[in-house]
Design a protein around this ligand. Structure first.
Ligand SMILES: C[S@@+](CC[C@H](N)C(=O)[O-])C[C@H]1O[C@@H](n2cnc3c(N)ncnc32)[C@H](O)[C@@H]1O
Length: 380
């Protein structure tokens, strides 16, 4: 596919349903780092995002950011996105979803399926998302629709053959009460492999270690652009630094506990991460001495006083003090992504200290802990 085609080719992403708002914000944050003129359309339930690189002659889309570079860059990072497809057909149901199968397939009959690459084998898969209602309650609907679309593809493209096990091309239909999306599968995200890398498999584990998937989500929320550094001032066993390094992001971690920072060092070493990309500082987050305006991304999971100690300091006081200390070293538009228990309500105060706006997302961890993920964006 050439660069010219990339500009006009729409794609869509299916996002995970566990925290759709957070999933949208994660993907938006990743897209914002690409520095490309993009057009996004988000479904009302936040489960599907359509994305298109809009034509802009002033914008030089380089070879590095051409398809499949752009898509693989996104899919290597996103933790709350399942997969990406090239969009072939999309229908919105602005008023109500279809009430019959014939109404559902109307779009395929009217706009039809275009000509596809001849000779290639293919499969068709249908996924229903969201709460089922009306036609979506129909048993076997997914199989019926997949079969119908398969037949339509063969009618239009007689040289193609169905191969459900090892197809050359996979077509996917997403069905929701808001609309449907039909497209050719491009790639999965690394979500599953990140989920398998649990923190207790590292050489050094501590009960305060954050799960790698959420840690990676937090790094993505910081929208770090090429060349920018991430700072984790309460880096613990190095979870954020490990995920950042895996995404090619340089970082600095600060930790006050000698045993834990030694553990972080062991974890980085096991991943062959060197001091060229990742620095560890044994010290106090409240005594940082960086140049004014030099930090554009802070990602951190401070101690809550349960698995990790606040060293006798009240958590609220620790956070307020820390925010006051980092304010001068943050650049304009810097993002501060921080996790804390949902029971602590100091985000307005923290936003005021930073002169920032913020987004808030809740994350259920277990019966006694719901975490709050806050993303502050510092104003000029
Ligand atoms: C919740 S843990 C961080 C977990 C980390 N994200 C990980 O995955 O391992 C918080 C860490 O902050 C450290 N800490 C506490 N007070 C600190 C301070 N004033 N400066 C730097 N680190 C501190 C604790 O020792 C602890 O390791």
């Amino acid at each position: 596919m050439t660069n010219q085609v990339v500009r006009e080719t729409p794609f869509f992403f299916l996002l995970s349903g566990e925290n759709p708002e957070l999933a949208v914000y994660e993907l938006e944050s990743i897209l914002s780092t690409l520095n490309l003129p993009l057009q996004l359309k988000i479904s009302p339930d936040n489960r599907v995002i359509e994305f298109k690189c809009i034509s802009n002659l002033q914008h030089n889309i380089s070879q590095k950011s051409s398809f499949p570079g752009i898509i693989s860059n996104i899919m290597n990072k996103a933790t709350l996105t399942h997969f990406c497809c090239q969009l072939l057909l999309q229908i919105d149901y602005p008023r109500h979803p279809p009430t019959s199968f014939s109404e559902l397939i109307l779009a395929f009959n009217s706009s039809g399926i275009q000509e596809l690459t001849p000779g290639k084998t293919f499969s068709v898969e249908t996924r229903r998302i969201g709460d089922p209602e009306g036609i979506f309650l129909r048993k076997n609907l997914s199989q019926e629709l997949s079969r119908y679309i398969g037949t339509q593809i063969l009618k239009k493209n007689p040289t193609k053959r169905v191969n459900l096990e090892y197809p050359d091309e996979k077509f996917i239909t997403i069905l929701s009460k808001h609309g449907f999306w039909f497209g050719q599968f491009v790639s999965h995200s690394l979500r599953k492999s990140v989920q398998q890398r649990t923190a207790n498999r590292r050489p050094f584990f501590h009960p305060s270690s954050m799960n790698p998937l959420l840690q990676r989500t937090m790094v993505n929320l910081a929208a770090i652009k090429p060349g920018e550094w991430l700072l984790d001032p309460f880096c613990g066993t190095g979870g954020a630094l490990l995920e950042a390094a895996r995404m090619g992001i340089q970082s600095i971690g600060v930790e006050i506990d000698r045993k834990i920072i030694w553990g972080a060092y062991q974890n980085l070493k096991a991943d062959e991460i060197t001091s060229n990309s990742t620095h560890l500082i044994f010290g106090d987050a409240n005594q940082l001495s960086f140049q004014r305006g030099s930090i554009s991304a802070v990602v951190t999971d401070p101690p809550y006083g349960t698995a990790s100690s606040t060293r006798g300091v009240d958590l609220q006081a620790l956070l307020i003090n820390f925010f006051r200390k980092i304010r001068p070293i943050l650049s304009s538009q810097a993002r501060v992504v921080i996790a804390m228990p949902s029971s602590i309500n100091i985000e307005d105060q923290l936003a005021q200290i930073l002169n920032a706006s913020y987004r808030k997302f809740l994350q259920y961890v277990h019966r006694s802990l719901t975490r709050k993920i806050l993303v502050f964006i510092v104003h000029e």
